[in-house]
Design a binder for this molecule. Sequence first.
Ligand SMILES: [Zn+2]
Ligand SMILES: [Zn+2]
Length: 385
Amino acid sequence: MDELDQQQLHREMTAWRRDLHTHPEFGFEEKRTAAFVAEKLRAFGLEVAEGVGGTGVVGTLTRGSGNRAIALRADMDALRIAEQGTQAWRSRTPGTMHACGHDGHTAMLLGAAKLLASEGGFDGTVRFIFQPAEEWGRGALAMLQDGLIERFPFEEIFGLHNMPGLPIGHFETRSGQVMSAEDNFEIVLKGLGGHAARPHAGRETLVAACALVVNLQTIVSRRLSPADIGVVSVTELITDGTRNALPGLARVLGDCRSFRPQVSAAIEAEMRRIAEGTAQAYNVAAEVTYTREFVPLINDAALVDEALAAARTVLADDAVGVAVEPMTASEDFARFLTEVPGCFVFMGNGNSAPLHNPAYDFNDAGLLHGARFHAAVVRRRLGVG
Ligand SMILES: [Zn+2]
Ligand SMILES: [Zn+2]
């Protein structure tokens, strides 16, 4: 096996990352990105399957005679955000940009594939999973429903996400609850619109909607146990009224976060009760639509220890830690963890703009750390003895 020139690999990953950044693609539209990934994996000598769950790509690398298999995962999709950056590699697609660093995640996993294909140092099979559509929580499920685990079996899975504010070269995670579930809701209030001067002649919905927005605040403050984490955010209130006409229809939309299915179920049940009761009090009707978008991300305790131990083989000891609090953001990697145990870690992106910000850019200084972390996890979990 040849030892790769690490600085050369870093330069290559930087070029890949910037190329991907220039050509961002929205979820399930990652055709160019998927072709880019597949072409590179084949060039490194991996077996490659394309079109898994839409635009997903799976690369397989086997060394030795071990029969264990583990998976490493990256996400490929961009966001519908107009980039404000001025760097030479800024997005050439108006209104779409890599504002979450998935270009970096993809480049690092490609780097790890090249590193492991060239150097080996493990015994078994590695699946390199490049998933589509992370941002709207559909890509992992699409790959699983397309037979991901049956066709490309693996026993455990590891993934990472860059974290603005955490120094370059620092890795953090925690066991158990890491990131929350996300549920969405829409409550439609239906009454009878009419002249703004004659409210008594109709059953307008705006005052009812305002009461409903206030009443929904009691779900977390009065109904959930203080020991449970929950968020209920009303984000939109839309009516069909105009300046001199009262609305007969009002839509209240929003987003909920939680870490346990029981809490998600309690939020939905309370919401339905409050919507119905408030509507009745204002003599209008309520229709509640409640959907579950992301499942909570729960790290396996033993594999967290393994991932941190692997990180310590390639990073300074004091740069690796169990420091993060549970986050009420959501991440599609969680869906894989409902099938196999695994661990999701955060790596420093330095002092960059926040994720999903139009000025955000992945920090290329972290690329080699990410690739070496992936490789270290493989060598630890599929040790040569
Ligand atoms: Zn994101
Ligand atoms: Zn992301």
